[in-house]
Structure formats: C-alpha cells, structure tokens
Design a protein around this ligand. Structure first.
Ligand SMILES: *Cc1c(COP(=O)(O)O)cnc(C)c1O
Length: 378
C-alpha cells in the first residue's frame, strides 16, 4: 500500500518552540511583546508596509477593518461570492448589506468589470480577494474605488509574498488583511494581521485593536494615562503566537522557494490538460505566483467528484474549495437573485491538489501521475 498524501501538512521550521520558550522566559506573553514587535518591524521595515498590526486571525483583521471604516446599517459592501465566509461576515456583523460580485472566467478573482454596475450611493467598500495568491485586477479596481470614494479592503489571506506589478499584495488598498492560519504559506496555527496603508486610519486602528483604549500610545509614552477613548475589542494575539510566527518569517524565503517550485512543477506537468478543457491557474501579466495553492477546474461537477474519488483511492487527499456564499444556507434568502455563474462554476468544479513545504518530489509525482492517468481515458 502506498503512503497517504495529505492535502496539507503544517511545516515547522525548527526554532518555533525555542522562541516560544524565550517568550515565556521573558515573563511577558500577553500581546504586543517582543516577538510581536519583531514581526511588526519585519512587515514595516523589511517588507515596507506602512503599518502592521498582528491580530488573532484574518477574520479578526477583517472585523477590525469593518469597525475602522465605520461600516454600519444601510451601507453596502461589494464582495466576491466565491470566497471564505469571513470576507463577507465581517461586514454583516456591522449591519452592512453584502452585494456579491461574480468571479472572472480567467480565474476565481473578483470580476472588476462587473463592479461598476453594482455601485449605488450607499456603496462604502469593496473587498477584493487575491485568490490563490494571484493578484486581483487592481489596475481597474483602484481608480474606480477612488472615483467613488470607496475603501478597498484587500483580503490578502492567500497573498503572503504575492505581488501586483512589483507591489506587495495587501499594500495597495486602504487596508489589507492577512492570515497565518495553519493552511496558509506562513503560519502561527491561528493568526492574522491588519495592514493599514492609509495612515489616516493608523492611530484609530491601534485603539480599536486594544479594546477602545489608547494603551499603545501610553506604552510609547505619548499620553500620560490610558483611557477608554473609542469603541473596540481585543484583536491582539499573545506573544506566544508571535514567537511561533517569527520563526516562520525568518525562514520565509526558503518556504516560498519550495512552495513556488512545487507549484511550477504541477503547472508544467498538468499544463497539457488545458487541451482537454481542464482549467489551470492563469497568471495575468500584472500578477505573480506565490505558491499558495494549486488548483484544477474540472469540466463539470460529476468529473470532479470522480477525480476526487480516484485520488482518494490512490491514497491522496485533494479537496474542493468554497461553496459560493450567495447560495449558502445563511445568505441564499438575502441574495438579490442575480445569477453568478462563474462563482457557481468554481464552487462545483475547482479542485485543489496537495501543496505543502514537506511534500516530496516523489509524492508530488504520484499526485501528478494519478491525475494524468485519470484524464488519459477521458
Ligand atoms: C483563510 C481565509 C480567511 C480567514 O483566515 P483566518 O485567519 O482563518 O481567520 C479569510 N479569507 C480568505 C480568502 C481565506 O482563505
């Protein structure tokens, strides 16, 4: 019997437990400790984000973004239907109306050309998701948002080390939200980050993240008392989380090198399936590949079901992805009824193959052979 190939396996760089021990020995493991500061400095100084704030998850970062933008009842927010629930839920929690947009036929990203028709005087924000770490069409979206005074919140959960025309994903919108969930390129188990690109929001972002207090300014000696000054919640992670994440970030280049290599090997080996009408990840000229995930778009739902089963029979776990949110049990009755055919198509036909740092070339070859054998007879 061949060994089991999981869909994902968390990658441990090595120093994670040592850094956690260091955090513990330092006597301060609450939020904004020494490892959190190191992570913030890495994103601000090495990666060039204007302001970085670690959160307990990307979900939390999106909720912080919605609070920060003062989204409320009556406001409308444009979100792709083919995304993770948190992209929309963060704004639903504030009472906003979600207006779902379709994906493009090229890849599952938001169809920016369709956004203009969705705008109303109540539209406040648009939330592009860089699916699979491949940039959404920001050349078209950013000017449209600027012309209508909309905030752009980049859901950059997949987008660590991804670029749009040489600019880091997450750095182009008003705000950006990253995920350090175990399934993402760099992990803290659970974790996330809000990046504030429009510095008008920087001070208030710190306050909302710290329960509505000016605690961060107090610890920097900028105010002499710390007080309740605004609304807020507790969005900051323990320094134990940051210590784990720091070990991963120190090793980011190696993690990315392997992930991108595995992605390229899949792309090269499975590329010929395009001739049979199987969809493969498409990289527009403004986008890069960050090795976050590799997908195929099967010709129909029945084909995907059989391919998943064939992989399973070969002891390989592949998985599908989002069920489009406009059809979800929570939202279906709230949706305005517009058909979103591409979102439906990706829900039914997209399949993700195992891709993780510790996947060996031999294991990947087994995945590739199983897929090619499946399509050889179709
Ligand atoms: C993973 C993910 C999230 C949520 O990230 P968490 O850190 O688990 O909260 C949000 N949006 C997208 C597109 C994701 O893939």
């Amino acid at each position: 019997m061949t060994s089991f190939i999981p869909f994902n396996k968390p990658h441990f760089v090595g120093p994670e437990t040592r850094y956690i021990e260091e955090a513990v020995r330092s006597g301060k493991i609450s939020g904004d400790g020494m490892f959190t500061r190191r992570v913030h400095e890495f994103y601000e100084q090495t990666q060039g984000f204007a302001k970085a704030l670690l959160t307990t998850s990307c979900t939390d970062a999106l909720e912080l973004a919605a609070l920060l933008l003062n989204i409320g009842p009556g406001d409308e927010v444009i979100v792709p239907a083919f995304t993770f629930v948190s992209t929309a839920n963060a704004f639903v929690l504030r009472g906003a109306k979600i207006v779902f947009a379709d994906s493009t036929g090229l890849n599952p990203n938001l169809d920016v050309a369709a956004v203009a028709a969705l705008l109303t005087p109540r539209t406040r924000a648009v939330v592009p998701v860089h699916y699979a770490g491949i940039a959404c069409d920001l050349d078209a979206l950013l000017p449209l948002a600027a012309a209508h005074g909309l905030a752009v919140v980049e859901d950059a959960a997949h987008a660590t080390d991804g670029y749009h025309r040489h600019r880091r994903l997450g750095s182009l919108g008003t705000l950006g939200a990253f995920s350090f969930h175990e399934t993402k390129n760099v992990s803290a188990g659970e974790g996330g980050m809000l990046v504030v690109n429009d510095l008008d929001y920087a001070v208030r972002a710190e306050i909302l993240r710290e329960k509505g207090t000016n605690r961060a300014a107090f610890f920097r000696g900028e105010v002499d008392k710390y007080n309740w000054v605004d609304v807020g919640s507790s969005f900051l992670p323990s320094d134990i989380t940051a210590a784990f994440l720091w070990a991963q970030l120190e090793n980011l280049a190696a993690i990315q090198q392997r992930r991108v290599q595995l992605w390229a090997q899949y792309r090269a080996a499975l590329g010929p399936l395009a001739a049979q009408g199987v969809g493969l990840p498409a990289l527009p000229d403004y986008a890069t590949n960050n090795g976050h995930l590799f997908y195929l778009v099967c010709r129909d739902l029945a084909e995907r079901t059989v391919l998943l089963a064939s992989l399973r029979a070969a002891n390989i776990l592949a998985v599908f992805h989002y069920q489009a949110l406009h059809r979800s049990p929570y939202f279906a009755a709230r949706h305005d009824g517009r058909p979103l055919p591409w979102a439906d198509r990706y829900s039914d036909c997209l399949l993700r193959l195992p891709l993780f740092v510790d996947l060996t070339d031999a294991e990947q070859q087994r995945v590739i052979s199983t897929v090619l054998t499946f399509y050889a007879t179709r």
